[in-house]
Design a binder for this molecule. Structure first.
Ligand code: FAD
Length: 449
């Protein structure tokens, strides 16, 4: 039966979800706090571009928009590591040609989804409407639009209003659920490495660049106009290298000259950018109680926000939309059961990617230049070539497969022990004992296809 549904937030999760719900025959109204990004030049939000990987691509294919997204993608085949002397080395992401991630503009991707939502003929989007809360007794949503307060009746509401979700507050109050916010000591600032005089890329286009410095790091993703969006991750407060200590132009100039000289040389207006661009804070969002009866459910960053170091927040949000759609189809007449089953099935996976995203900071900022890590990574890729059904490095399981995140996490632990054992006392992959490797791999269960 067709239902009248309300979605709060037209970000990646809300816009994708609206398309899936419209396809089920429902009528959907979305309320979004910001102006329409397709006609107003607003900041894309928390990051200008994002890494899109297999989980996100599969979801975009499922709703039939991949062809529209494809032209905006810039493939990144590996991590380009910039060492302290300005030397670079590429660590490819996978062992097979299709194993790359893509840089995509947040605005371009979200705009494709908004267009596709409206094209269903069943989705209406109201912009500049900030939800302030949900009254489940009166079935009313409260919004502010400029100075005005507006109340709108609703039947069923989907909270896709991001990590500071207003819907979440009302849902958790109604169902007694819990929010856990795990803030990170690191904050971030985005900077631009401009294109060259003829619009050319000044550093390698087809890679995600990393300047690893253990306690802080710089990363860069390519943009279609030849520039790179560069993000500095640095502790927010305290002595030493922190945002708090980078106040004057001189301090900023010295910091970048000392640690990121090759980048600084290519970004002439660095101090102006650093002063002008906002400092973003990062936290993991975990929630119990994603739904209230059959009347509200949370999805995306609103219920499971992760830190950005695995490039999976949006990919996970897309995958959650597909999962929720599946449960709604399984229980078409009992959405309370569908919502509960969705949370029960999905939460172990979103908790797993939250943990792996935190772990990946260490991998990106520190391990990539560690000899033992480089050896184990080379071995893991070689083992994947030999036993592709059984041994897949964690990065590959997370980024290039749809193996449930919780399976990827526990499998990676088991594989990590094998890598430790096989690399003990050796310096190169040529020295690995392949009979032992084969025996250890034989003990692993096959991975879900
Ligand atoms: C620096 C950084 C880099 C990242 N890089 C990646 C990456 O490479 N790959 C990746 O997969 N993920 C990445 N992420 C994570 C990704 O941005 C999020 O996981 C993703 O945007 C979540 O989508 P969402 O729709 O749930 O929430 P959001 O993107 O936050 O969208 C929520 C929407 O709701 C609107 N809204 C908010 N409050 C209200 C309200 N009260 N009323 C009405 N509307 C409201 C907002 O304006 C917004 O449009 C990154 C995040 C950060 C911070």
């Amino acid at each position: 039966m067709s239902k009248r549904l309300t979605i709060i937030g037209a970000g990646p999760a809300g816009s994708m979800l609206s398309i899936l719900l419209a396809r089920q025959g429902h009528t959907v109204t979305i309320y979004e706090s910001r102006p329409d990004m397709r006609i107003t030049d607003i900041s894309a939000g928390r990051s200008i571009n994002l890494a899109l990987a297999t989980r996100g691509i599969e979801a975009l294919k499922a709703i039939g928009v991949m062809e529209e997204v494809e032209p905006s993608l810039i493939p990144m085949y590996g991590r380009m590591i910039h060492d302290e002397d300005g030397q670079t080395s590429l660590q490819t992401y996978g062992s097979r040609p299709h194993e790359y991630i893509s840089s995509v503009s947040r605005t371009a991707l979200n705009s494709v989804l908004l267009d596709a939502a409206e094209a269903t003929g069943r989705v209406t989007i109201h912009f500049d409407m900030r939800c302030r809360g949900v009254d489940f007794d009166q079935n009313l949503l409260t919004f502010t639009r400029g100075e005005e307060t507006v109340e709108v009746p609703f039947v069923m509401v989907f909270g896709t209003d991001g990590s500071a979700s207003a819907v979440r507050e009302s849902v958790l109050e109604a169902n007694g659920g819990q929010l856990t916010l795990e803030p990170l000591v690191h904050g971030y600032k985005e900077l631009t490495l401009p294109a060259g005089p003829h619009g050319e890329f000044l550093i390698e286009r087809a890679a995600l660049h990393i300047w690893p410095h253990k306690d802080f790091m710089l990363i860069a993703l390519p943009d279609p106009d030849g520039s790179f969006t560069v993000t500095i991750y640095l502790p927010v407060e305290g002595p030493g290298n922190t945002f708090e200590q980078l106040v004057t132009d001189e301090q900023v100039t010295d910091f970048f000259a000392q640690h990121f000289a090759d980048f600084a040389a290519l970004a002439p207006d660095l101090t102006a950018q650093f002063a002008a661009n906002p400092l973003g804070l990062l936290a993991t969002v975990r929630t119990t109680g994603w739904a209230f009866q059959d009347r509200a459910v949370l999805l995306g960053d609103a219920s499971h926000g992760v830190v950005p170091f695995h490039g999976q927040g949006m990919n996970a949000a897309f995958e959650s939309c597909i999962e929720l759609d599946r449960f709604l189809k399984e229980h078409p007449d009992d959405w309370a059961t569908a919502f509960a089953a969705f949370e029960q099935s999905r939460k172990p996976d979103t908790d797993a990617i939250a943990d792996m995203a935190v772990d990946n900071y260490v991998e990106m900022s520190t391990s990539v230049v560690d000899e033992r890590y480089v050896l184990k990574r080379a071995l893991a890729l070689e083992m994947e070539k030999r036993w592709p059904e059984t041994f897949v490095p964690r990065y590959g399981m997370v980024m290039f497969s749809t193996v449930p995140y919780a399976v990827a996490q526990s499998r990676a632990r088991a594989q990590g022990k094998i890598l430790d054992q096989l690399t003990a006392g050796i310096a190169t992959v040529d020295e690995v004992c392949w009979e032992t490797a084969a025996a250890l791999v034989a003990d692993l269960e096959p991975l879900p296809s």
